[in-house]
Design a protein around this ligand. Structure first.
Ligand code: NAD
Length: 246
């Protein structure tokens, strides 16, 4: 059995990763969480891959540990700021890293579709993303909503950070063409819902995804770990779409 270190092992996702790993021939040899052993205390010789689903502030440290010890990383944590994303990209120059804001097969199909749909519809369609998550989620908009926005922006030849528009409140004025709206809902135990809206005059299109069980993310992350371990992977930043391509 290949051995994993799970960072954030006590969390909602971490617990499912620990429970489901044996189904795919993996074992959670090290379980890292606050109050338990830190990753720096884990023997790198006893770990074949790391999976981190914790908090954004931990991501650069996890990536640096993996780069230092040549251990591949599956990073599912979202909400990274630009400096944290850069730190992960730096580590990926030395070791293979799969970083995905969403490990579900359905959302990765959606990632492949949303830009194509924007191109098919052409100009004159306003682009909006709506996402909903449980009340405990700490970052907003979700990493998945952000990635959907990035694909939409790319389809229009825009830079995502220039055109994204968060919550609207007050006298915000008429909607400009060059904008991608992000609306965020938080509450209850919603596992994760994402809808992309294409809004024109006289007609609208919407495509979306609803997760009802977070095991889909855990199974996807374990599949990514299996992919990293199945063959020597060159250092680099990989997506879940690379994993699904096999
Ligand atoms: P959670 O709050 O239930 O769990 C996070 C865990 O990380 C907690 O047990 C916490 O104690 C631990 N933690 C905090 N700081 C740590 C540190 N420095 N070192 C080690 N452990 C630390 O959250 P969750 O719902 O399990 O989500 C975790 C992350 O995964 C979030 O960023 C979430 O957005 C993301 N997520 C990603 C996907 C995906 O498919 N990529 C799916 C679901 C959740």
């Amino acid at each position: 059995m290949s051995r994993l270190a799970i960072v954030g092992a006590g969390g909602r996702m971490g617990q499912r990763l620990v429970a489901l790993a044996p189904e795919v021939g993996l074992t959670a040899a090290a379980q890292v969480d606050q109050g338990g052993p830190a990753l720096s205390e884990v023997d790198p010789g006893g770990v074949d891959a790391v999976i981190d689903f914790s908090v954004h502030a931990q991501a650069p440290g996890t990536a640096a540990w993996c780069a230092e010890h040549g251990v591949p990383l599956v990073l599912g944590t979202t909400g990274l700021d630009p400096a944290q994303r850069e730190a992960v990209a730096g580590a990926a120059q030395r070791v293979a890293v799969v970083h995905a804001p969403n490990f579900s097969v359905g959302v990765n199909a959606l990632f492949a579709l949303v830009g194509q749909m924007a191109k098919l519809l052409g100009p004159g369609w306003d682009l909006e993303v709506v996402e909903a998550h449980h009340r405990h989620k700490v970052d907003a908009p979700s990493g998945t909503a952000r990635q959907l926005g990035v694909h939409l922006a790319e389809a229009r030849g825009w830079d995502y950070d220039d055109v994204v528009r968060g919550g609207r409140d007050g006298l915000v004025g008429a909607r400009p063409d060059r904008e991608i709206g992000m609306a965020v809902v938080r509450g209850g135990d919603v596992v994760g819902e994402h809808t992309v809206l294409y809004l024109s005059t006289g007609e609208q299109v919407s495509i979306g995804h609803r997760a009802t069980d977070r095991d889909i993310f855990a199974r996807g992350a374990l599949r990514a770990a299996g992919w990293l371990l199945a063959a020597p992977r060159s250092p680099g930043l990989y997506s879940m779409q690379d994993v699904l391509r096999g």
